[in-house]
Design a protein around this ligand. Sequence first.
Ligand SMILES: Cc1cc2nc3c(=O)[nH]c(=O)nc-3n(C[C@H](O)[C@H](O)[C@H](O)COP(=O)(O)OP(=O)(O)OC[C@H]3O[C@@H](n4cnc5c(N)ncnc54)[C@H](O)[C@@H]3O)c2cc1C
Length: 515
Amino acid sequence: MSENPHFPNRRDFAKKLAAGAGAIITGGTTASAVDQINAKNRRKPLPTRPGGKGSKTVELSKDGKHVRTAGSVSADGEVFQESARNIPVAADYDVVVVGGGPAGFTAALAAARSGAKTMLLEVNGCIGGVWTSGLLSLIIDGTGKPGIMMELLAELKRRSTGHAIGASWVYDPEAMKLLLEDLLLEAGVQMRLHTRVVAAANDEDNRLRVVLTESKSGREAWTARSFIDCSGDGDLAAQAGCEFEMGRPQDGATQPMTMMGMITGVRTADIAPFVRGSSSLQKHGNPKKNLLEEMRKAGVSPSYEGPTIFEVRDGFYAIMTNHQYGGSAIDTNDVTEATLQGRREVNHLLAALKKKGGVWRDLELVTTSEQIGTRGGRRIRGEYYVTGEDLRDGKKFDDGICRVEFGIDVHSVDPKKTKAIEKKPYKSQPYDIPLRAMIARDVSGLMMAGRCISGDFIAHSSYRVTGDAVTMGEAAGVASAVAVQSKVLVGAVPFAEVSKVLGKVRADAEKRAGV
Ligand SMILES: Cc1cc2nc3c(=O)[nH]c(=O)nc-3n(C[C@H](O)[C@H](O)[C@H](O)COP(=O)(O)OP(=O)(O)OC[C@H]3O[C@@H](n4cnc5c(N)ncnc54)[C@H](O)[C@@H]3O)c2cc1C
């Protein structure tokens, strides 16, 4: 049994989880500090399910069996007509955030830190989205951002698990999982992992009221006064009836998907010409070109002609080597196909390098990502639509909540033209994302944050990176919490009020960062 306060025994851990005292593992924040931050927002035990026979979370029928569905296949064999049934309401919240990627993590954290009773629903078994289940390992456009982004970078550094390379940050995805969980638990955010949002229901005023999930616990309903879609692909907003776009305007074609991986068995001193990283390595020329050439010498040709190795630490690296062209992120057959092909290609490329020997002789693939990285999903229509012209003109807004520095970055849509990055149509300048681009136009009570906000194909290729997803999530979480506390819809809150609370949340995060 552990006596270490940072590693409590299992019984204490369960007790603290249920009570909401979250700062129990690492990070150096004590439970009493938690009480000072947000005393009203304690984590509550998960609700007891109606009809259950002693079970707290699994829906059972009165005789203790699994709840059945009923219905029949139509005469033409085209559809299964499912009978109506009652869905238990799992719980009610001020704010429900769907998707725990960089945007959703921050939205939930900021909402809870603003005093809202907050639930984060995530389909994967960890928080972080492309950061963790996608093994991304590189944060772009996070440096110089205020608030929670600054706190995260400081905490990565403090835990010796992240460092800057130029304007970007590399981190260890495994350590990132724990860091994100620590911060959410400490703030009293309730998390439900392994839970997919599958449907939404609006009231007669077209206000989103309920989301429906599927999980091992069955089909459940969750109610809230404000919802934030951070699913990356805009699942919730689409289910609620919002209009959306996907891909480029002429044919809807989207950027390719990529299967990330982690490697070991090599040392930076030996493979320096191929590693994107510290400035001391720059003397070796362009590492992407060097790696492409090296792979060709090994007899293989990657589908992404800008293959990249990022040094997480000496001996442990992230790799980005493939492009899966032509699939849709919201067609599960396509995503499955891309996943199978991507994983096969990563294995094939690395096996060829290892076979080449020399500095690669002990190369090992540690893991490929559980979730293939999808660059382009639904872009939900908001009250403002960010355009490529806004980037070109460096547009600023009175309700600007995120200054994007990263430029246009379209990964090849057509492998016949290029298998790398497409030529930029024009140069962009730093520009603002206005809060209105995150407020759904077609359904009330709903915001978006991250890559599914309202904008065109070119603009999306820039603002989708994770430093910006975090900063958008922070503002969406605050705005939703303020709307709930003011008892109005999010679009009706004067921006000055959002700005005041956002300033406070940012100042608090910067204090934690030690600024
Ligand atoms: C291969 C690749 C490389 C990239 N390179 C970089 C880079 O180097 N640096 C950088 O900063 N950015 C990079 N990007 C862009 C960036 O990673 C994404 O745009 C970013 O993840 C956006 O964050 P998000 O939170 O909006 O979405 P996501 O990270 O996609 O998170 C969405 C979350 O929602 C969950 N979810 C989805 N649907 C549901 C549902 N129905 N119910 C419940 N949960 C759901 C997902 O499991 C996931 O956790 C890259 C993207 C890809 C794909």
